[in-house]
Design a protein around this ligand. Structure first.
Ligand code: HEC
Length: 152
C-alpha cells in the first residue's frame, strides 16, 4: 500500500513536471543561450523501441533522464550495474532486486519489482536503450542474451 502511494505521488510529480516543460518551450526558443540537455546520442535513442518499454515500465522510478530519486530509486546513468556485467543486468531486470546495494557511491536498500512478464525482445530493447541513453555508451543487449539468462 505504502509503495503504491509513493508511486502515485511520483507519477503526479512527473506529470506536472511534463506540463511545465511544454509551457517553457516557447521561452527556450527565445533564449538561445540556454544549454540543451539532450545530447545527439539521446536524440537518436528517442525513436528506439526500448524507449516505449522504459517509459511504460521503468520511468516511474528511475525517471525520464535516468537520474533516479536520491535515497529511494538509484540512477541508471553511468552505473556499474548498467554498464558492466550484462548477465547481472538482465537478471536484475527480469527478477527484480532488493537489499542493500551501492550505486555510484550512494547506498540504496529498497525493492525493485520483477519484470519477467516482459518478452525477451522487450527486455533486450529496454536494456539496449538504457545502456545507450542518459550519457551511457555501452554495447547492445540481444534477445539471445536475455533468453540465456531467463532459461538458466
Ligand atoms: C517500482 C520502482 C522501480 C521500477 C518500476 C524499476 N526499478 Fe530498477 N530499481 C529500483 C530500486 C528500488 C532499485 C534498487 C534496489 C535495492 O535497493 O536493492 C533498482 C535497481 C535497478 C538497477 C541496479 C542499480 C542501478 O541503478 O544501476 C538497474 C540496472 C535497474 N533498477 C533497472 C531497471 C529497469 C531497466 C527497469 C524497467 C524495466 C526498472 N529498473 C524498473 C526500482 C525500480
Amino acid at each position: 500500500m505504502k509503495f503504491n502511494v509513493i508511486l502515485s505521488t511520483l507519477l503526479i510529480i512527473l506529470l506536472s513536471a511534463c506540463g511545465g516543460q511544454e509551457k517553457n518551450e516557447d521561452e527556450q526558443q527565445q533564449s538561445p543561450n540556454q544549454t540543451q540537455t539532450d545530447s545527439p546520442k539521446s536524440a537518436t535513442m528517442a525513436n528506439h523501441p526500448g524507449k516505449k518499454v522504459y517509459d511504460a515500465v521503468c520511468l516511474a522510478c528511475h525517471m525520464a533522464d535516468g537520474s533516479g530519486v536520491p535515497g529511494m530509486f538509484p540512477p541508471l546513468a553511468q552505473t556499474d550495474w548498467v554498464l558492466e556485467d550484462k548477465e547481472r543486468l538482465i537478471h536484475i531486470t527480469l527478477e527484480g532486486l532488493s537489499g542493500k546495494i551501492v550505486v555510484n557511491g550512494e547506498e540504496y536498500n529498497s525493492i525493485m519489482p520483477p519484470n519477467s512478464h516482459l518478452s525477451d525482445k522487450q527486455i533486450a530493447d529496454v536494456l539496449t536503450y538504457i545502456r545507450q541513453s542518459f550519457g551511457n555508451d555501452a554495447s547492445e543487449i540481444t534477445i539471445e542474451e536475455v533468453q540465456k539468462v531467463r532459461n538458466r
